[in-house]
Design a protein around this ligand. Sequence first.
Ligand SMILES: [Zn+2]
Length: 312
Amino acid sequence: MRVVVQNDKSRSFRVKRSAIGVRGAFTALAVAALVSGCAQETSGARGASGQQPLQAPPARALDSYASELRAAYEARVAAAERWNLKEVPLTPPPPPAEKPVIAPRAGFEVTGQEEEDLPPVFTTVPTEDKVVFLTIDDGAEKDPQFLRMMSDLKIPYTAFLSDYLIRDDYGYFGRMRDRGVTLNNHTLNHPYLPGLSYAEQRREICGMQDVIEERYGTRPVLFRPPYGNYNGDTLRAAKSCGIKYAPIWNEEVFADHWDYRESDRRLRPGDIVLTHFRGPGDWGGTMRDMVREFLDKVTAEGYAVARLEDYL
Ligand SMILES: [Zn+2]
């Protein structure tokens, strides 16, 4: 990824200085990672036939791994400064080897949920990892600087798009997909789905599946009902056009504040956070302001941002 070259000498010095303190920790981490890889190999876990057992790496390889980690951390520090974050965002753990089982949140099931194996509606992914997930809805605002900011900071997010808001610039979301973001279904026209018949709901959901497949090459498995409103027909229609999950959210972040589903206003491991593609005319700030509002709280509370799809 291309990052802006540092020409401010004093700032780049400051970054180097701040990285020195973590140098020892990174070397230790590198050793621990490699050792545990070896330990796993000798404690009975076997690779596929034809795979070679891991060898102890030469000291030089270890050293270069440590410097890669260092360089990655320094890049994160520089990016955090560039985008005016209060703290450097935390790095998420690797994706879970075993995916959590996603059940509907209690009270969010519909009749026939289990018997018909309908997509679960949930607000939090069951995990003990201190991670949260950022999900961004609708698609009205198309801020090129937002794309640069998220790539530069390496913060993953998941988009839920409505055709009537993205059709004036499909290309913007194509560039988002090219940066590794998964584009998901938020209906064609963003209606209040429970007010529609099954056939009408199916047109809204399956129609958006077709748009995303035609424009971006993949058929989503994630669908979010507009306003978080749905009924049994919604989930049946969604399932019939290939949807597996219906994530909603536990918190919502705006350009200048948060809203919470839980009264204690705390983040929980695996929480799904909602926000929107909105601009200054809608909420008195830019997408970048929203990202700062989001990351400053998430980092201060000791959470990293992980990729929702990695947990499903
Ligand atoms: Zn929406």
